[in-house]
Design a protein around this ligand. Structure first.
Ligand code: BTN
Length: 332
C-alpha cells in the first residue's frame, strides 16, 4: 500500500503551481493538521524545499537531486512515457522486473529504474557492470503495433535518442557503433538491450533496456574495461544529475517513438547514419561461423547492417557483431 508520505508528495506535486491547504491535505490523507506539519518537516530533512504560507497552504518549490519515483515525476514533460515509474535502490536487473511487470499487464510507457544492478544484463548474454548511483540503469516497456521483425528498429531509434541527448544537451560528441553502442572518443559509454515477447505476427511487449555510464571516474571503471569503456563525466569533466539526464532521455524518446510509429523508419535511419561509427570504412565482421573484413556502407531501409565485401558484393547482415579493436565485441 502506498505510504502517507508518498500520497502527500503526489498531492503536492499535482498542485505544484499553486498552494494546497493544510485542511485539504488533512481531509485527503485522513490525518491531523499536526501530523501534516510533521510530514513536512520530514520532507525538508530529505532535501525537499516546502513553502508554507498562512491562509494559502503548502507547495513544494524544490525536489532533492536524488532519483526516486517522485523526483522523476516532478517536472517530467511527457504524456505517456513514465506515467508509471518503478524505482529500486538495488535490483538484480531492471530487465527482469520489467518483464515480470509487462507480463502482468503493466501499461505502455512504464519505466523501471535502479540505482544499482547486481546482475545487469548486456547483449549476447554478457554481464553489464552497473555500479551504484554512477549511471542510468533503466528499462522501458513499450507495446508498439508493429510486426515483430521490425523490433530491432526500435533499438536503433533508442540509440539515436541517446546520441541526441548526449550531443545536444550534454555537449559530448557521440557516435553509434552498429547496432546500438554509444561511443564517445571511440569508447563505449552506453548500450541498449532490446528484449521482446511476441507471437508470430504480434508484439505483446518490448523491454528496451538502457545502460549509460554517467558519473563514473576512471577509477570506477573496472581495469579490464578501462581501454574500451568511458563515462559522460570522464569525457566532459562535468558531473550530471542522474535524475535530470533520465528526464531528458524520456522527453526526447517519447516524440521520437511517436514519430517512428507514425512515419516509419526512414528518418531514424538517416539520423542513425549521421552518428554512425566507421561508415564508409573497413570494419571487422564476426558471425557465429566466420570473421572477415568489409566496407561498412551504412544501414538498410529496414535497419540491417549493409556491408560491401572485397568482391564488390553488397550484403545485408542482421545479427553480426562488428569490432574495431580486432579483438571482438567490447564487453562493458
Ligand atoms: C549492451 O550489451 O551493450 C547492452 C547493455 C544494456 C544494459 C542495460 S542497464 C538497464 C537494463 N537492465 C539490464 O540488466 N540491462 C539493461
Amino acid at each position: 500500500m502506498e505510504s502517507t508520505r508518498n500520497k502527500l508528495i503526489k498531492l503536492l506535486a499535482e498542485n505544484n503551481s499553486s498552494y494546497i491547504s493544510g485542511q485539504r491535505l488533512s481531509e485527503e490523507l485522513q490525518i491531523s493538521r499536526a501530523a501534516i506539519w510533521k510530514h513536512m518537516k520530514k520532507l525538508e530533512e530529505d532535501g525537499y524545499k516546502v513553502e508554507g504560507k498562512t491562509k494559502k497552504g503548502y507547495r513544494i518549490i524544490e525536489y532533492p537531486a536524488k532519483t526516486s519515483e517522485n523526483t522523476l515525476h516532478w517536472g517530467l514533460q511527457t504524456k505517456w512515457l513514465g506515467e508509471k515509474i518503478i524505482h529500486r535502490a538495488s535490483i538484480t536487473s531492471t530487465q527482469h522486473l520489467a518483464h515480470q511487470l509487462a507480463s502482468e499487464g503493466a501499461p505502455h510507457g512504464t519505466i523501471v529504474i535502479a540505482d544499482e544492478q547486481t546482475k545487469g544484463k548486456g547483449r549476447m548474454n554478457r554481464s553489464w557492470y552497473s555500479s551504484k548511483h554512477k549511471g542510468i540503469w533503466m528499462s522501458i516497456i513499450v507495446r508498439p503495433e508493429i510486426l515483430p521483425y521490425m523490433a530491432p528498429q526500435l533499438t536503433l531509434l533508442a540509440a539515436t535518442v541517446l546520441a541526441d541527448v548526449l550531443d545536444a544537451q550534454l555537449g559530448v560528441k557521440p557516435q553509434i557503433k552498429w547496432p546500438n553502442d554509444l561511443l564517445i572518443n571511440q569508447k563505449k559509454t552506453a548500450g541498449i538491450l532490446t528484449e521482446m515477447q511476441a507471437e508470430q505476427d504480434q508484439i505483446q511487449y518490448i523491454v528496451l533496456g538502457m545502460g549509460i555510464n554517467v558519473n563514473h571516474t576512471s577509477d570506477d571503471i573496472p581495469d579490464e574495461l578501462r581501454n574500451k569503456a568511458t563515462s559522460i563525466y570522464i569525457e566532459s569533466k562535468q558531473e550530471r544529475s542522474i535524475k535530470d539526464v533520465i528526464q531528458q532521455i524520456l522527453q526526447a524518446f517519447e516524440p521520437a517513438y511517436e514519430h517512428y510509429i507514425k512515419h516509419g523508419f526512414s528518418d531514424t535511419k538517416d539520423k542513425w547514419e549521421s552518428y554512425g561509427f566507421k561508415i564508409g570504412q573497413e570494419i571487422n565482421i564476426n558471425t557465429m561461423r566466420n570473421s572477415w573484413t568489409a566496407k561498412f556502407n551504412g544501414i538498410a531501409s529496414d535497419g540491417a547492417l549493409l556491408i560491401e565485401n572485397d568482391d564488390g558484393q553488397i550484403k545485408k547482415m542482421y545479427s553480426a557483431e562488428i569490432d574495431w579493436f580486432g579483438e571482438g565485441e567490447t564487453k562493458c
